[in-house]
Structure formats: C-alpha cells, structure tokens
Ligand binder design. Structure first.
Ligand code: MRU
Length: 345
C-alpha cells in the first residue's frame, strides 16, 4: 500500500503520528489540512514530502470553485508558497511543489489546470516507487550474508511513496535472499526509528534490534554492526543533511572503520548549494520536555529548561563511503562523480 495517494478529490496518507499504536488513514481536503499534516509529521521523509508537495498543489486546484484560469493560477501560487513554508530542510518538498506549479501554470482554463496539476502529482508519486525499486536493486549488491546494519530514522515505505530509500535497499537485499540483521536507532526526540522503522521491518519479517541512539558507539565497538546505511533530506556539494544523529553515526563509523552509506534519489541533491546555505529545522521545545506519544503531557524534563532541538544535522561528504542512487552507486571524488553520474550541471 502507498503511504500517500489521491482518492475522491482528496489527499490521503498513513497518519505516522499514530503508529505503531494504530494504523489510520488521514484525509486532507484542503491545503491547510495537508500543511498541518506535514508540520506535525503525519507525513514525513524527504521523498514522501516530494509527493505531498506535488499533491498539495493539485489539491489547491480543487479546494473551491474559480471564476477563470487566471484566478486559479493566483490561488495555486499562493498555496504553493504556504506549502513551501511548512518544513525547510528536505529539498524534495520544494522539488515536488515547483514541478506541479510549473505544469499547472501551463493550463489554459480551470479544467486544464486541474488536470495538468493532478497528472503531474500522480507522476511524481509513480516515479518515486519506480526509482526506489531501482535504488534498492542497485544498492542491494553492497550487502552480503551475515551483515549487521545500523540505521537511523525511518527511510522505508513510510518515508517515501512505497518501498523506501535506505530501508528499501535493505528490503531489496533481503528479497534477493541475503541474510542480514538490522539495528535501528530509536531516533529521539520523535522516535521515527522505534515507532516506524522497527514496525516496518517486523511487518516484513526482517531481523531488527532496537537501540537507543546513545548505544550506537557500543554496538560498533563490540563488532555487532559492520555497515551503516542512512537516507538523506538534502545532499549539497560538501555535506549530507539527514535526521539529527546521522553525523554522530558517521564519525563513529569512521573511527571504527565501518562503511557509511547514504541512499537517496536524484531529487534529494541540491548540488548548487553548500552546507552553510541550508536551513536546519528547529522544532518545538515540547518534543524534548514532554513524553510525546500517548502520554503526551507527561513532563520528562523541568518545564522551563532551555532546549535546543534541531531536527537535522550535516555529515561532511568525506565521512560517506558511497551514495546509492537510482542512477548507480556514486563513490568519491563526489565533486567529479556526482555531476557525471546524475547528469547535473
Ligand atoms: O523529520 P523526518 O522524519 O521527516 O526526517 C526524515 C529523515 O531524516 C529521513 O532519514 C530522510 O528524509 C530520508 S527518507 C527516505
């Protein structure tokens, strides 16, 4: 099943704030509702956000009646700006929005704008599934029987339209018959690793062990993992932006001589930017001060303590052994090989 899809003039998505307790589909009939779903991480993960951005623009065209194409185009541009303001770090969100806006603006009347926008959004979702399957197959060759792999956050079906990026590679390897184990970092403060990755892997029957983020060092020191694979929210000329804690894993992996792989589609590359250009999202202090699942309002820190809560960090490219994409595995030197393999200017 897809994590996000279009049905009856609405965007529907697996509500990831409810997992693993409940599996629920959230229906968004307005751009505002979808924006809220993005902000609260009901839908999350860079490639899923690309689809959400695209579907969000399509949704804008159906939100109400319009006198003519020009009025609708104004509405599309305004709603696109709102959608782009929901989360700053994953470049895919902007890629999805911009692609559908561009196509929508080619329409000559209300019906055509709606049709163009929805078709383009559907294409983004379909392409995501296709490229994840490709990336999975390409990356699977890096794994062999007996591997024990450390990962962080959730990079599976839930973070994409279907299959996943880093977790998709693991899935493809298992489907090819490779026997491996996964260690999933819980990924504080929102626990995408324990709530979502552990849930996805267990559903697939893949051997998974949950650890707290602070245990990454000991599992490497004791030889309990021999490879690390993570996803990405944005890859710039000098760094990979991904879930907070990724940088720490890369430093530990380097120290222990463990390969550190990143899996991401071409749309996650923002090759004209550098690390200092990227806005790292800082989230609400409540995520650290309160227990944030069922017992949302239980204090787990002094109520007025000062909090720093960045959602992402940047891993220097020199810590990355290889980047797995749907176009092939890219090895250093990245300055030469990324533009060449991805055909970027
Ligand atoms: O804050 P989130 O849950 O949206 O962060 C997601 C991640 O950091 C993922 O690792 C990244 O988007 C790659 S997903 C395929």
């Amino acid at each position: 099943m897809r994590t996000i899809f279009w049905e009856d003039d609405a965007v529907r998505l697996v509500d990831q704030t409810k997992l693993p307790d409940r599996f629920e589909i959230l229906t968004c009939r307005t751009v505002e509702e979808l924006g809220e779903a993005i902000r609260t991480l009901a839908v999350r993960g860079a490639p899923a956000l690309e689809a959400a951005g695209g579907y969000g623009v399509a949704l804008a065209t159906f939100e109400r009646e319009f006198e003519n194409g020009e009025e609708l185009k104004m509405h599309v541009k305004e709603r696109a700006e709102y959608l782009a303001s929901t989360r700053p770090t994953a470049v895919n969100l902007f890629v999805g929005i911009e692609r559908v806006v561009k196509r929508a603006l080619e329409g000559r009347n209300v019906d055509e704008i709606r049709k163009f926008a929805l078709n383009e959004a559907q294409k983004i979702a379909d392409e995501d599934v296709e490229r994840n399957m490709k990336m999975g197959q390409i990356g699977a060759d890096l794994f062999e029987n007996g591997d024990s792999i450390l990962t962080i956050c959730n990079t599976g079906s839930l973070a994409t339209v279907y299959w996943g990026t880093a977790l998709g590679v693991i899935r493809s390897a298992v489907r090819n018959g490779v026997e491996l184990k996964v260690f999933a970092c819980e990924t504080r403060p929102l626990n995408q690793g324990s709530r979502l990755t552990a849930w996805e892997l267990m559903r697939d029957g893949i051997d998974v062990t949950l650890i707290a983020d602070s245990m990454a060092g000991i599992v490497m020191q004791r030889g309990m993992v021999n490879k690390v694979i993570v996803g990405a929210d944005r890859i710039v000329r000098d760094a990979v932006f991904n879930k907070i804690g990724t940088y720490t894993l890369s430093v530990l992996a380097k120290e222990h001589g463990i390969p550190f792989y990143v899996a991401a589609p071409k749309t996650t590359f923002d090759w004209n930017s550098k690390a200092s250009d990227v806005v790292v999202e800082e989230r609400n202090r409540e995520e650290l001060v309160y227990c944030h699942t069922k017992c949302r309002k239980t204090l787990i820190a002094p109520e007025n303590v000062r909090v720093y809560n960045p959602a992402f960090d940047s891993t220097p490219l020199e810590n990355v052994t290889a980047i797995i994409t749907e176009h092939g595995i890219i090895y250093p030197p990245y300055s030469k090989n990324v533009p060449e393999i991805l055909n970027l200017s």
